[in-house]
Write a protein that binds this ligand. Sequence first.
Ligand SMILES: Cc1cc2nc3c(=O)[nH]c(=O)nc-3n(C[C@H](O)[C@H](O)[C@H](O)COP(=O)(O)O)c2cc1C
Length: 373
Amino acid sequence: MEWKNNLSSMLGIIYPIVQAPMLGITTPEMVAAVSNGGALGSLPIGNIAPSTARTLIQQVRKLTTKPFAVNVFAYDIPISPDQTSFDAMQNMLQGVYTRNGLGVPPIDLKTLSFFSYKDLLPVLIEEKIDIISFTFGIPDAAGVSLLKQSNAKLIGTATSLEEAVLLEQRGMDVIVAQGIEAGGHRGSFLADSFPQVGVMALVPQIVDRVKVPVIAAGGIVDGRGVAAGLMLGASGVQPGSAFLLCNESQATGAHKAAIAAATDTTTRLTRAFSGRWARGLTNTLIAAVEDANVDILPYPYQDALTQPARKASREQDNPSFVAMWAGQAAGLAKERLGAAEILQQMISQTEQLIPSLAATTNNAAAGSPGNHS
Ligand SMILES: Cc1cc2nc3c(=O)[nH]c(=O)nc-3n(C[C@H](O)[C@H](O)[C@H](O)COP(=O)(O)O)c2cc1C
């Protein structure tokens, strides 16, 4: 087995390891550190204003000349919930905030507005982004064709075989197979379906079914996980939780401490924060929303409604109301290291487990220009 494969060649990277995009955690510094280390950093811009997205992309470009991916949420914004449901959720939340001494002003439903992935496409094209990953769905045919005309490689996220087949049919060049172990939001996008398939079962079935390269995501935190993903037939892996505690992560001190104390059973799937299923550490907000007899609003309305409390809680370094997304293996994440060191340790450990990988990159490095000193 070699590091160089269909995926690393397509993306122009040495190691087919993708740092998962993690909105709220990933910084341009994290992306650049991973890309400079020969793997693929991913910059999340889902739900972000186009002007801010452009600034973030330009910040990454200042820090690396290597390939990196930009990640977008490809979903259609649903119609607004009715005022009564919105008020019921808001009143319940306000009661919880007050009881916990968190001053958060109420939101007016009529003032809510959201950016669509379609607003971000011009930025991606103008900034000549050549690797774009999607979650929550597939861009429409016009969007896919626009991005293909700009020669971008497109990566879609599947949580089931059915989704993977659809992603390939709709023109995705690569598929991330996201298992139920994964931290953060589920990428699932087919109506009335909530796949809960683990990486071990999902990856080989998708690999057998599609022709495009597959990336395994979920529960991969160190070289053992990388080796396992490759053995399952994936061309690459996409660890996220592995980078939660790194020096470049935006997580606050208390948030990092909670992740560092995580075990195999501390995370759960919840719709409490955003209205979409996501895996994270339990806290006051999750418990309150799940215990209340109030309907959770659809994404992104529930997400918008909980944002001010998340921000206030984060500013106080109090994790009670912060969305602490983390995967089932987040307890293995290493602390106080740079993203580059985490990547390097992951690579070395994988090479110890699959020695042929080391042999091939050493040969490649010896033959590469600028390496003859
Ligand atoms: C804090 C956090 C935020 C995430 N945000 C995103 C995101 O913005 N876009 C995305 O495609 N995936 C996101 N994910 C999911 C990751 O892409 C990936 O599937 C997951 O981290 C893999 O599982 P692991 O955490 O066990 O490594 C996020 C995951 C975490 C932990």
